[in-house]
Design a protein around this ligand. Structure first.
Ligand code: SF4
Ligand code: SF4
Ligand code: FES
Length: 229
């Protein structure tokens, strides 16, 4: 006899629903009949579109996570939240120095950090968010770029920050400044960009543009990854 699927009871906007155990929050919402058109993207933990907050049964703590990666549990409470604030100034990277003055001008709010570490605890990528903010405050643009390298810009750090800092926007400026001014030139990258500009890959690019989604996915997952030296 087929084993009976275990169900868990969750609450969505106050309404109880029974959903199969082991579903992600996104799959549970869809199982319950919600059609998601916003706050969802890759479903694989990379795009950062699905940051969400929730409560677990009997736990006072407000939890944060990616809805496509977080598994539902008995008594979980899900509620809609407004989007994460992502105020960002417009800047011209060619006119900014790669040091603390750019951040004093564009992100003075980082100096309000009270070192509470809430951002680090909220990060689904396990990044040392507070440490990269502190590095920025000390003017260490390279350290911030390095510590924030795997940021997927989900916004959960900003959502929980009591000082209203948008950490990930400051961090991407650090990575841009670092890439433009501080890192050594990559010979492989320079050569590859030149080859593309000269049309060496036109045939392959045309093929990719015409490929249907299934073939494109297959090709992507079977790709060879070259490690540059
Ligand atoms: S949550 Fe905000 S105030 Fe707290 S450590 Fe992170 S950046 Fe600083
Ligand atoms: S640093 Fe912030 S925006 Fe980036 S992945 Fe972590 S929580 Fe998300
Ligand atoms: S949908 Fe892309 S990270 Fe969750």
């Amino acid at each position: 006899m087929a084993e009976k699927q275990k169900m868990v009871k969750i609450h969505i906007l106050g309404e109880p629903f029974y959903v199969p155990d082991g579903l992600t929050i996104i799959n549970a919402l869809e199982y319950a009949g919600f059609q998601l058109t916003h706050g969802i993207g890759c479903r694989e933990g990379f795009c950062g579109a699905c940051g969400t907050i929730f409560r677990k049964k009997g736990d006072y703590k407000l939890q944060a996570g990616l809805a496509c990666q977080t598994i539902v549990s008995e008594g979980m409470y899900l509620a809609q939240i407004p989007f994460v604030p992502a105020e960002k100034p417009i800047y011209d990277i060619t006119k900014l120095p790669p040091d603390i003055t750019s951040f004093k001008e564009l992100y003075p709010v980082i100096f309000r950090c009270v070192a509470c570490n809430t951002c680090t605890k909220s990060c689904p990528q396990d990044l040392e968010v507070m440490d990269y903010v502190q590095a920025l405050i000390k003017g260490d643009v390279e350290k911030t770029a390095d510590l924030s390298f795997d940021c997927i810009r989900c916004g959960l750090c900003a959502l929980r920050c009591p000082a209203e800092i948008v950490q990930y926007n400051a961090a991407i400026l650090a990575r841009r400044l670092c890439g433009r001014y501080l890192l050594k030139e990559s010979r492989d990258l320079t050569n590859r960009v030149k080859e593309i500009a000269e049309g060496d890959y036109d045939t392959e690019l045309d093929e990719l543009v015409k490929m249907d989604e299934d073939k494109l996915k297959k090709k992507y997952y079977e790709r060879e990854i070259k490690l540059f030296d």
